[in-house]
Structures are given as C-alpha cells and as structure tokens.
Design a protein. Structure first.
Length: 332
C-alpha cells in the first residue's frame, strides 16, 4: 500500500516557505483554533488524545519556525529531501510512474483525459475547515478499510438534494491527490447523472450504461482527470429502468473489476427514497456513506431511509452544510 509523502511544517500551516514570522504566527493561531477552540463542527470529530497530538505538533512547528537558527536548520533538512540525486530515479521508478492503466492503453487510451468545468471546494483550499473535514472523513474510511478490508463505498442520502454528489467528488479528489490513492469514481445515479452533465468536460462517449448493456468495454469507458490518480466511470446518459441496470450481473462485474484494479472505489449513488436502487446497490458495496443536509432533512426520514436498507452497512454519516449551531443540535 502506498503512503502519502509527509507534509512539511509550511504545508501543515498552509504558508509559503519564505513566509515572515508574523504570517507564521497568524497561521499557527488559525490552525490551533481548529483543534482547541470552540468550533464544534470540527472539535467533535476528534478524540481528546487526537486533539492533544495535533496541538502538540503545532507547538513544535511554531517553536521551530520562529527560532531563526532552528528554522535555518529545518529548511536545510527539507531541502536535502527534495534534492534527490538523478541516480535514484531508476528505470523501476520511472516504470511505476507510468499511467496506472497502461494495461488498458489500447489504441491511445486516455488521450481524451477529462477536467472539471469548475473548481471543487476541496481544490481551492481556501476554507481550512472544509479541507480538514474531508481529511478526517478519509482517515476514518482508511481505518475501516484496514480493519475490514473495505474498498468500495457508496455515497447516498435519504432524499435528493442533500449534497451526495458534491461529497463524492470532493472525497474522491482528496483521496487521489492528497493521499496518493488510485481512486475510481463511479456515477451510478442513472436517473440523475449530474456528474456527467454538470461537472466534467465531455471525455469519452461511452459510459457505465454502455458497459452494463454490453455495448462497450470498461477500458473504453473509464476517464482520467488530468494529472491526477483520480479516474471516472460516468453514467453518460440517464435511464428510466435504473433498478434493472443496478440489479444486473454487468453492474456486479464492474464493481468487482474496479475493486481489483483500484485502491478505492467511490460510488456516487441514487438517494435511498423513494427508489429501490439503493436497496440493491447496498448489497454490492462494502460500506455506505450517508449524506444528511443540516437543518433540512428530518431525523425520522433519515431513520426510515436507513431502516429500509437490507444491508445496514453504514460506515459513516456526513452532515453537509453544518455550522456550529447545527453541530450542537445533532451532536449526541
């Protein structure tokens, strides 16, 4: 299993390596407030031990970067790490850096790599709280994966309009780009394929619907986002008989193939109510992520949706659009 390169102190504080003392101290105070302040939205997601570890790390960072001698020594250290000699760049490393789907590279596969029409919130990195919440979510999934060997997670919600697609996109992008995982995002909301229509450039003409119907090979339908380890298998078209597509051997084959080829499979799924699609899909994936829109979805409706699933394998609940007041209301 691959591990993400350890962040530098500057990256943790989200400042430039040439940042002046005042900017470093300001970034330290901002980061410290996330773990030791009154921000319930993030504070409640960590155990006391985890918060103390984070705060201790921030104190060590501040001490190092505000002492001119220690900072100079630290800068020399991280400089030596980045200046790897050319001899270390062996043919084996170059081979590993090749397209992870080179085995599918028939007839110039991935020439039409796709990109996002607009930046996701996680890409911009302007809101430290949003980024940290997704990091925590990934960490929890990684813990579950290591204990239960889970690789595929369906992201769903009780009803439509709760932010499950946005959650799927941000989580998959973070996994691939910040943690270096090979991730396949599958669009399985066949009645409302919003990723295909709203978020991405055109890419390939074939999609998941074509693969399930036997009209295309999975190799001709998977797209890769430019300069990332994030791949997408889009639905490409909406269909009315969505339950028949989900409850098919073709869909099962796609998920099994994806789990064997990727570190993680994130399935942007239809809502639980009023369709039966999630009843079927919940049996095919390892775990479920339930997205709940704060201040909008009644708890009874969420409970009804979860209880309707034959496999209640809910790995986590994402409270979307929550502020401190919402967290205090839902926290128990």
């Amino acid at each position: 299993m691959e591990h993400k390169k350890e962040k530098t102190y500057y990256e943790i504080l989200e400042v430039n390596s040439k940042a002046p003392m005042s900017e470093i101290e300001q970034a330290y105070r901002k980061s410290k407030s996330l773990y030791g302040g009154d921000s319930m939205a993030l504070y409640s997601l960590y155990t006391p031990e985890e918060r103390q570890d984070k705060l201790k790390q921030l104190e060590d960072i501040l001490e190092t970067l505000t002492d001119p001698v220690k900072r100079k020594s630290y800068d020399q250290y991280i400089g030596s790490l980045s200046a790897a000699p050319a001899a270390e760049k062996s043919p084996q490393l170059k081979e590993a850096a090749r397209d992870v789907f080179d085995e599918y590279n028939e007839a110039g596969a991935f020439r039409d790599r796709i990109s996002f029409k607009k930046q996701l919130p996680i890409m911009e990195g302007k809101d430290a709280m949003i980024c940290e919440r997704y990091r925590i979510l990934y960490t929890r999934l990684e813990q579950i994966s290591s204990k239960k060997a889970f690789k595929s997670f369906a992201v769903t919600s009780a009803v439509k309009g709760e932010g499950k697609t946005t959650t799927s996109l941000n989580l998959a992008w973070l996994m691939a780009n910040e943690f270096g995982k090979k991730v396949l995002l599958i669009e399985s909301d066949f009645r409302n394929p919003s990723i295909s229509s709203n978020y991405i450039s055109m890419g390939r003409l074939s999609g998941l619907v074509d693969v399930i119907n036997g009209e295309a090979d999975i190799r001709s339908a998977i797209n890769r986002f430019e300069d990332t380890r994030l791949y997408l298998l889009p639905a490409r078209t909406s269909v009315k008989n969505s339950s028949m597509l989900v409850d098919s051997q073709g869909m099962k084959n796609v998920l099994e193939r994806a789990k064997s080829d990727f570190d993680y499979v994130i399935v942007d799924s239809p809502p639980i109510l009023p369709l039966v699609d999630m009843n079927i899909l919940s049996k095919m994936v390892d775990g479920l992520l339930l997205v709940v829109k704060a201040g909008s979805t009644p708890k009874d409706l969420v409970r009804k949706a979860v209880n309707s699933l034959p496999n209640k394998n809910v790995s986590g609940v994402v409270l979307n659009g929550a502020d401190d007041n919402h967290m205090k209301k839902y926290y128990y």
